[in-house]
Design a protein around this ligand. Structure first.
Ligand SMILES: Nc1ncnc2c1ncn2[C@@H]1O[C@H](COP(=O)(O)OP(=O)(O)O)[C@@H](O)[C@H]1O
Ligand SMILES: [Mg+2]
Length: 164
């Protein structure tokens, strides 16, 4: 793994969801999360777990907002779920009032964050890479607005649930 980047390998969609759930459960303050990775890498899957960790009712399933661009869910904190896949121009973000969601009372998750490289400042960057049919590398990179111990607590909790 590259220097300065930490992460885990998920062996199944359930594990990716569990990883997201653990992350969500650790959150008690607003956070911006950038999700990068190819189609099918598991960005939406991780977000589904995140929603569970934020106590968003499981009967309100999180689906990819590819066509709507943004879905909002209500839990312990609001979850604003963006997907930039269908976005053609960075200027289209203005129409979505995107900038106002980067600094909210809730958790903002942005799929396809790497489509527009200039958006990357400050938040938690998560990159998912497909290793094979069922395995995904999940890499974490904390920006300067991320609580300093968040990544360490996430990895600790993950290892407690998934002792190797
Ligand atoms: N370890 C894994 N983690 C996440 N998804 C996985 C994993 N293994 C297989 N998959 C499959 O990959 C697909 C991921 O889809 P999705 O989360 O919608 O990806 P994305 O939002 O990145 O396009 C799902 O069909 C899921 O079942
Ligand atoms: Mg998706």
């Amino acid at each position: 793994m590259r220097a300065g980047v930490t992460g885990i390998v998920s062996e199944s969609p359930e594990q990716t969801r569990a990883f997201g759930r653990i992350l969500g459960a650790l959150l008690s303050a607003p956070l911006l999360i950038w999700l990068a990775g190819d189609l099918g890498a598991g960005k939406t899957c991780l977000t589904q777990g995140l929603a569970l960790g934020l106590d968003i009712p499981a009967d309100e399933p999180v689906t990819s907002p590819s066509y709507t661009l943004m879905n909002q869910y209500r839990g312990r904190m609001n979850l604003f779920h963006f997907d930039l896949y269908r976005l053609n121009r960075i200027d289209d973000l203005d129409d979505l009032d995107f900038a106002s969601y980067l600094d909210t009372d809730g958790v903002t998750v942005v799929e396809w964050a790497d489509r527009f490289g200039e958006l990357e400042g400050g938040g938690l960057r998560i990159r998912l890479t497909t290793l094979d049919e069922n395995r995904r590398r999940i890499e974490l990179h904390a920006g300067d607005k991320v609580p300093p111990d968040l990544v360490a607590r996430l990895l600790d909790a993950w290892r407690r649930e998934n002792p190797s």
